[in-house]
Design a protein around this ligand. Structure first.
Ligand SMILES: C[S@@+](CC[C@H](N)C(=O)[O-])C[C@H]1O[C@@H](n2cnc3c(N)ncnc32)[C@H](O)[C@@H]1O
Length: 528
């Protein structure tokens, strides 16, 4: 068995079906691989000062929580207080129900149409479910298929429904085997830190695949019930209730211990922001026919297909091509966990919660909890976010299955750990903050094709938001003459400090050691 892998290409042209579009070809830059700096934009000709050299459109966006209700447009990020033109979603129930909390605001219907009304509606539904408080109330409604086995069981995989098998490309693997495989790669935090990228990646694939297998097995029972044509009203209600309880129960069971304690609502505003961005990306990908028929399109000789590829707008292949920061983030968080008791993140309390394994009832759960005990708190937070999203999507799936008339809205999205990790760890250190004229952070967005701009503490390119109806896009302007073949760099934030402070900030926030010309010069003359 080999665990799933995340596809990270070293150059976009290595991706199947990925071609730099004619849109990109019009700009005087191209992507090249540079020693120790990865891929970067290089000038293809001499660029004059104050030239527009690149325009990027976002693929995933989110407005920060404090601004949700304030009139910041989810499409163009301008602020409008004109309630006569504003569109606020979700819309109030026509039957006169409670006015729902605003999740998205658009300047007007034009901005909504440009964003995509279906996607906006779907994001609002997901947000509603993501914010649902998890508690153990009513958890008895969820019953595992078989009786849980006692602690002494030696053949957990055969008898414990939570220790079943995971479907992989190479057949079925017991969850317990995946957990043991992860433990054989690293059984302590110190060992984890010493792993090569490849081994750490294998380790993470085992852990995430085991989690996926566990939740998919449980979800499949509910999905099977919704598929049953003869399901009576009573059965439907029961399925809905079971669905409502599945994820709180699983989270409690898998991440905290089966002690019937309340599963605290762990979702924070930050998590909701990222959940909205992930959902937008998932829906944009789902609506993109190239994602499902990319190979067919590439093979087709139809002019229409060829022109889609040629003129393609930013798409999920671009997103997938971004550098994933999963491994560096894990190492950073692990070090943080090991070196300091972090009162801000409540490490002690969370660890205690997660490791409350008093009621371990199977060999598998003992091993699973051992594995959890070495993972950084941050990763456990990612598990929670993942379960939250799967919960929200499952609720939507069940609601749709029982609708009397087919819904006009988008179908509940599908998600697995590979897709989730690609989106989440692609966003980390790759998204751009969106600020207003007074430098207030309004939200953030991922511009996949702009992610090839490397950083320099003496940049020759600056980014500006476009104006008017293109305000969602980002422009990149040269700040001086750039010679043909020269690297085009922006700055990743504040470059006003001394070398040591600048480099420390880049390492903490963006996980790399800056080797820009200014840093090298500063270092050569001993400038701190
Ligand atoms: C947004 S990405 C830029 C594109 C990236 N080079 C790639 O191949 O995908 C940021 C990453 O590029 C590299 N990078 C950017 N600026 C750099 C610099 N000044 N010195 C060294 N590495 C840099 C680091 O690996 C950083 O994590």
């Amino acid at each position: 068995m080999s665990p799933s892998t995340i596809e990270v290409a070293s150059s976009p042209s290595e991706l199947p079906g990925y071609s730099v579009s004619s849109d990109l070809a019009q700009f005087p830059v191209k992507v090249m691989l540079l020693p120790n700096r990865g891929r970067s934009y290089i000038a293809t000709r001499t660029i004059g000062p104050q030239e527009l050299i690149f325009v990027a459109e976002p693929y995933g966006t989110t407005v920060c929580d404090p601004w949700l209700n304030s009139g910041v447009c989810h499409y163009c990020w301008t602020t409008t207080q004109d309630r006569t033109t504003q569109v606020r979603l979700p819309k109030a129930d026509k039957k006169g129900g409670r006015t729902p909390d605003t999740v998205m605001v658009f300047c007007d219907n034009t901005c909504l149409q440009r964003f995509g009304p279906d996607i906006a509606e779907a994001i609002c539904k997901v947000e509603h479910n993501v914010r649902r408080t998890w508690s153990h109330h009513g958890a008895h409604l969820w019953r595992y298929e078989t009786t849980l086995t006692p602690k002494s069981s030696t053949n957990a995989a055969a008898t414990d429904p939570l220790a079943g098998t995971v479907r992989t490309a190479h057949g079925s693997t017991p969850y317990s085997a995946l957990v043991l495989q992860a433990m054989s790669i690293a059984a302590t935090q110190e060992a984890l830190l010493k792993l090569s990228d490849q081994d750490l990646s294998n380790f993470l694939n085992c852990v995430w695949d085991a989690l996926d297998g566990l939740v998919e097995q449980q979800e499949s029972h509910i999905k099977a019930q919704t598929a049953s044509v003869e399901s009576s009203v009573a059965q439907q209600q029961n399925t809905r209730k079971q669905c409502q309880e599945l994820y709180p129960k699983l989270a409690s069971h898998l991440l905290k211990g089966n002690n019937n304690a309340t599963v605290a609502s762990r979702i924070s505003d930050d998590d909701c922001e990222i959940a909205r961005l992930i959902t937008e990306v998932i829906y944009r990908r789902q609506l993109d026919p190239r994602e499902t028929s990319r190979d067919d399109l590439c093979a087709s000789t139809e002019p229409s297909a060829a022109s889609i590829i040629q003129n393609e707008r930013v798409n999920f292949a671009d997103y997938r091509a971004m550098q994933s920061n999963e491994l560096v983030l894990l190492r950073q968080q692990l070090l943080l966990d090991m070196t300091e008791q972090d009162p801000v993140h409540g490490r002690d309390q969370i660890t205690k919660d997660f490791l409350e394994a008093a009621e371990s009832h199977s060999q598998f759960m003992v091993q699973w909890r051992q594995l959890l005990s070495i993972l950084p708190t941050h990763l456990l937070g990612c598990f929670y976010l993942y379960l939250r999203l799967r919960d929200a999507y499952l609720l939507q799936f069940v609601e749709e299955a029982f609708l009397d008339s087919p819904s006009r809205s988008l179908a509940a999205p599908a998600i697995d750990n590979t897709l989730f990790r690609t989106i989440l760890f692609g966003e980390v250190a790759n998204s751009f903050g969106i600020r207003d004229s007074s430098d207030e952070l309004l939200g953030f967005a991922v511009f996949p094709r702009a992610c090839f701009f490397n950083h320099s503490c003496r940049p020759n390119v600056e980014k500006r938001r476009r104006q008017g109806n293109k305000a969602r896009e980002m422009e990149y302007w040269s700040t001086r003459v750039i010679e043909a073949g020269e690297e085009c760099c922006i700055s990743y934030g504040d470059i006003s400090k001394g070398r040591v402070e600048r480099q420390q900030r880049l390492e903490d926030m963006y996980f790399f050691q800056c080797s820009c010309v200014r840093c090298l010069e500063d270092e050569a003359i001993g400038q701190e």
